[in-house]
Design a protein around this ligand. Sequence first.
Ligand code: NDP
Ligand code: HSE
Length: 437
Amino acid sequence: MKPIHVGLLGLGTVGGGTLTVLRRNAEEITRRAGREIRVVRAAVRNIDKAKPLAGDLPLTTNPFDVVDDPAIDIVVELIGGLEPARELVMQAIANGKHVVTANKHLVAKHGNEIFAAAQAKGVMVAFEAAVAGGIPIIKALREGLTANRIEWLAGIINGTSNFILTEMRDKGAAFEDVLKQAQELGYAEADPTFDIEGIDAAHKLTILSAIAFGIPMQFDRAYTEGISRLTRADVKYAEELGYRIKLLGIARRAENGIELRVHPTLIPERRLIANVDGAMNAVLVKGDAVGPTLYYGAGAGAEPTASAVVADLVDVTRLHTADPHHRVPHLAFQPDQLADTPILPMDEVRTAYYLRLRAFDRPGVLADITRILADSDISIDAMVQKEPGEGEEQVDIILLTHVTVEKNVNAAIAKIEALDSVAGKVMRIRLEELASK
Ligand code: NDP
Ligand code: HSE
């Protein structure tokens, strides 16, 4: 059978990995896809830089040469960012080409528009590599778990921030040094604040929530908090209490809407997901029929991500000639079946909390704090008062609460911070038991 022709936009970490894997495993991939998947052209900015890897593959600095090339069946977008990636993808679709992308920023922000255009044109847009690198979590959610009503999912879905947290905890490494290492290893985004401030994880969570619950992409409604405010003291206190701190993306079906939130989270250290370290990712999905399922693997890097890109290429190749109506819908649910379930404001989210505050070591302080919490309907699960340091008058007090509503915690924190006996701000980190029930 005639080979399927692929045009690559980008030959960086992921584009380079994709070309390498396609070349190395060409025979095996052809046996699986039923025909050869042949890269016929690639676009880069700097041809001299790409030449050693590209070899005799024709290169261009104009990516529109690729999307407008009539000989190309599938365009693989691996340049990243919003523009010109959006315009290129839309033009590829308009030209009747299938698209594979690893660009979670693009999918989370413009997915609704892109999938509507693809649907109208009868082409596929595949994006397995956009979430959790090499883990086939899109496929698992969209197809493997299709019998289930998904109740919640929680994932470590940013390799860079997990790498930073792990190195800081295990080696006492400095934040900036580990970030530099993550950049050198090709894990970090072009703008690493996306990794550190939870934005990249929120892009991925937005995509997962759409597929899990059958809702449109709503990145702007996701709550996003990163790891930059975490201190070594909190990591240490959490460990003393039997918890690990991870940057989690959580999507949960609640009574009156959907929780969509990314933030540092205490997780009991006995949970498997609490022991996912380095640039590895893991996603825990709770379905009503299957119960909890856990997906683990490399969340970033050249070949792990290429593994997902090539899997999409094989999928698209197999379904290339299928009737568009018989393909798996882009967002798992039929396009006219998307629900308008609201995303809950963060104030309405229900979870447990770790609170750390610095207070003067004098009588009545704890009573004041516990009274404020009780008045706000917050029940305390555990409380620890640390010994004051040499010559210090203030001590750290750590409280763990039971599950409560966020707005009550915010109100209580404001009152605690206003106490004369409390110094500075209260550190608040959310806590999830992630129990199977
Ligand atoms: P890189 O920066 O390593 O590579 C980007 C590539 O795109 C380079 O070849 C670059 O060319 C090319 N490029 C950029 N802009 C243009 C343009 N306007 N015209 C032509 N070529 C262009 O990025 P990554 O490979 O790391 O990331 C690619 C995508 O994959 C992003 O969306 C990223 O979020 C996503 N992703 C990345 C992962 C990772 O581990 N790195 C994992 C999962 C997803 P040149 O080098 O000449 O400038
Ligand atoms: N910057 C991303 C991460 C790449 O660190 O997870 C993979 O999407």
